[in-house]
Write a protein that binds this ligand. Structure first.
Ligand SMILES: *Cc1c(COP(=O)(O)O)cnc(C)c1O
Length: 423
C-alpha cells in the first residue's frame, strides 16, 4: 500500500466528479462532519423546498392542498416516486409517509397473519431497539408472549450476521421476517436478494429496514421480490430532524388491506366522499394513515433532487472509495492505539465504519472538541460516515490525523468515559 498524505487526499478530491456537491450543503462551521448516517446535513435545495412549502401555506391557505408548485394532496405520492429508484421500486410501490417505527407497525399489522402453528416473527439480536420494541408489541397485541414468539437470530461475534444462520432460522413456525438492510452498528450489508429468495421458498413474507442503507447503497427490491421495506429520510437522505419516512410494498401485494387504516390511505378521488367504508388506494399509498406532515416532507423534495441528478450508483461508488481510503489511513496511522475495526472491510460494508475502543465515549468527546463530528454507539463504538455528497478525501485525512493526535496526547483523558443523552 502506498503511503498516504494530505497531498494525495487533495489529489483524490481533484479527481472526484462529485466534489462540487459539498458546496450544496451547509457544513457546520469549522467541522468535519462524519455523522451523516445519524443525521444528514441541510442542503440549499432542501432549504429552498422547505421555504417553498412554507410560502404555499402563507399565500394559498387551504388551497395549498391542490394548488401551487407542490400541491400537498399529492406530495406523499410524488416524493415516493422520487425515492423509488433508491430502493429499486416501481412507481406506486413507494410512498413517503410516517416514520420508521410507525411504518414498521403498519407493515407488521398488514403482513403478520399468524395461522395455526405459524405464529412467530423472525428478527435478529443486533437490530435497532425501536424495531424490536415494535415487533414485541405487535406480538403482544395478538396475544402472544414476545419472549417465545420473537426469534432473534444470534450473531456469532457480536458484530455481524451470517445469512446462513438467518436462513436456518426460517422454520415452519415463522409467519414474518423483519431484518435490517445495513446493520446500524457494524454497517454490514445483508444479502437481501438471497434472504428474500430463501423466505419466498418457505412462503414467509419478508421486509427490510432501510434506515442505514437508503441513500448509501443500491437496492433492487422489486426485482428481488421483497415483500416490503421501510425507512427514515433524516440519515443518508438529508431530510432534516424528524423528516417524513417511507415505505415500499411490492406490487404483487397491491390491494392488500392496510392493517392500520386511515383516510389518507384512500383512493385520491374518493377520499373526500367521506364515506364510512374505506376505498383503499390500489398501490403503496394505501398504507398511509393520516394527513401528511407537509412541512417535514418539504426538505426531502429538494434533497432528493441531488440523488436523482447523481444517481445512487455513483454515490455508492464514491462512498466505497471514501471508506476504503479511511480504512487505509486507519491501517497506516492508528496501529497500536487499541482500536479494532468493527465493520466488514470488503464490499459488504455500508456507508459508515465502526471503530471499537474501550475509551470510545470519551474519544468521541475529544474528537468533537476538535471539530470532528463522529457518532458514539454504546458500549465501545465510534461510527464514522464519510458521506459521498458532502465529505471529501481531505475530510477523511483530517479525521484520522486528529484521532491520532488525540491518542498520542491522550487528550480524551480529561473527559468522562460516559455517553451524552443523545448518542
Ligand atoms: C434510525 C433508525 C430507526 C429510527 O426510527 P424512527 O421511527 O425514525 O425514530 C429505527 N430503526 C433503525 C434500524 C434505524 O437505523
Amino acid at each position: 500500500m502506498a503511503q498516504h498524505s494530505l497531498a494525495n487526499a487533495r489529489e483524490l478530491d481533484r479527481k472526484d466528479a462529485l466534489s462540487s456537491y459539498k458546496d450544496e450543503f451547509y457544513i457546520p462551521a469549522n467541522t468535519k462532519y462524519m455523522d451523516g448516517n445519524s443525521l444528514g446535513l441541510l442542503s440549499k435545495r432542501a432549504e429552498r423546498t422547505l421555504h417553498e412549502l412554507l410560502d404555499s401555506w402563507k399565500t394559498l391557505g387551504i388551497d395549498g392542498w391542490t394548488e401551487g408548485e407542490h400541491p400537498w394532496f399529492y406530495l406523499s405520492e410524488q416524493v415516493g416516486e422520487k425515492m423509488a429508484p433508491l430502493v429499486g421500486g416501481k412507481k406506486g410501490e413507494v410512498i413517503a409517509t410516517g416514520s420508521t417505527t410507525t411504518n414498521l407497525h403498519q407493515l407488521v399489522s398488514t403482513f403478520y397473519k399468524p395461522d395455526g402453528n405459524k405464529t412467530k416473527i423472525l428478527a435478529d439480536e443486533l437490530n435497532f431497539p425501536s424495531d424490536i420494541y415494535a415487533l414485541k408489541s405487535q406480538l403482544q397485541l395478538k396475544g402472544y408472549d414476545s419472549d417465545t414468539h420473537l426469534i432473534r437470530v444470534k450473531s456469532r461475534d457480536g458484530r455481524y450476521l451470517k445469512e446462513d444462520d438467518i436462513i436456518d432460522a426460517m422454520t415452519d413456525d415463522v409467519a414474518l421476517i423483519v431484518l435490517p438492510a445495513v446493520l446500524y452498528r457494524s454497517g454490514q450489508v445483508l444479502d437481501m436478494e438471497e434472504l428474500t429468495k430463501a423466505a419466498q421458498e418457505r412462503n414467509i413474507p419478508i421486509g427490510f429496514d432501510l434506515c442505514h442503507s437508503i441513500g448509501a447503497v443500491e437496492h433492487s427490491l422489486h426485482d428481488w421480490g421483497t415483500d416490503f421495506a421501510f425507512w427514515c429520510t433524516y440519515k443518508h437522505l438529508n431530510g432534516g430532524p424528524g423528516s417524513v419516512g417511507g415505505l415500499f410494498v411490492h406490487e404483487k401485494h397491491f390491494g392488500k388491506a392496510p392493517g392500520l387504516a386511515g383516510w389518507f390511505g384512500s383512493q385520491k378521488e374518493s377520499q373526500f366522499d367521506m364515506d364510512h367504508t374505506m376505498d383503499p388506494a390500489l398501490d403503496a399509498g394505501a398504507y398511509q394513515i393520516g394527513t401528511p406532515h407537509v412541512l417535514s416532507l418539504a426538505p426531502v423534495i429538494g434533497s432528493l433532487d441531488m440523488f436523482e441528478e447523481v444517481g445512487i450508483a455513483a454515490i455508492r461508488a464514491k462512498s466505497l472509495e471514501l471508506t476504503d481510503y479511511m480504512l487505509e489511513l486507519i491501517e497506516q496511522e492508528l496501529q497500536g492505539y487499541g482500536f479494532t475495526i468493527g465493520n466488514p472491510v470488503d464490499e459488504t460494508r455500508g456507508g459508515h465504519l465502526l471503530l471499537e475502543h474501550e475509551e470510545a465515549a470519551r474519544i468521541c468527546k475529544a474528537l468533537k472538541e476538535d471539530g470532528i463530528i463522529p457518532d458514539f454507539r454504546a458500549p465501545n463504538g465510534i461510527r464514522l460516515a464519510p458521506v459521498a455528497l458532502y465529505n471529501s478525501f481531505e475530510d477523511v485525512w483530517h479525521t484520522i490525523q486528529k484521532l491520532k493526535t488525540i491518542m498520542d496526547e491522550k487528550r480524551y483523558e480529561k473527559f468522562e468515559n460516559k455517553r451524552g443523552v443523545v448518542a
